[in-house]
Design a protein around this ligand. Sequence first.
Ligand code: HEC
Length: 208
Amino acid sequence: MPSLFFRKPRTIRYNTFEETKILIIGLFLASCSAQPAQDPDPQPMFQPTTSVEDLMRTLVDPAADTLWDAVVITSTLEGLTEQQPETEEDWFGLERAAITLVESGNLLQMDDRAIAETGSTSEFPGIDLEPAEIAKLIDSNRQSWHRSARELHDAGTALLTAVSNRDIDGLLDGGDRLYAACENCHSRFWYEDQTANHSIPPIGISPP
Ligand code: HEC
């Protein structure tokens, strides 16, 4: 009876140098001709789940308010009083707001983001465009939309630099630039009476 533990020793054969070379070349050629695997269900790179309106309401508007309220100069009977960021915590809040604006400029440029929730309508018909009208306007003026979003990004970047340098004048200038960025886009894409001029960038807008 053959022993259970008996195994025929395997014949070990070493490849010759030539055989190894052929094998390597063969593998190389196989890898060159290999087709990239087809993903049967490709995932979209971005998922713009929320609407432009959501971004405005929850990110852009509160962040802008934080920065516009950072330096307040009040005239009183006793003279001028100035309120400005002092503690590290104050500056951190401003940094967070500036980063929110910078990145919102990118988020607004993703394709396929809805303007507002399905079924939502303009709060001020005749003054503000309806979401469907805004979407159409963006579709036919993509470049202008991207430029408007980049203006938000760039104003946010100027504010972020001012925050990093603890620069009060920079905060004030950046605040003006930010206001112009908001209103340029709104007048191109949101306000009914002005959107006809969307291709002409309005200039000289300053904060109230
Ligand atoms: C790239 C274009 C663009 C930029 C830049 C932009 N907005 Fe908007 N914003 C829109 C559009 C489009 C709407 C209208 C969405 C809708 O149908 O409600 C809107 C709506 C709003 C709303 C109304 C949201 C609501 O609850 O209905 C506020 C508030 C707002 N924006 C604030 C700002 C502020 C503040 C800034 C600048 C810091 C800014 N936006 C910059 C395009 C822009």
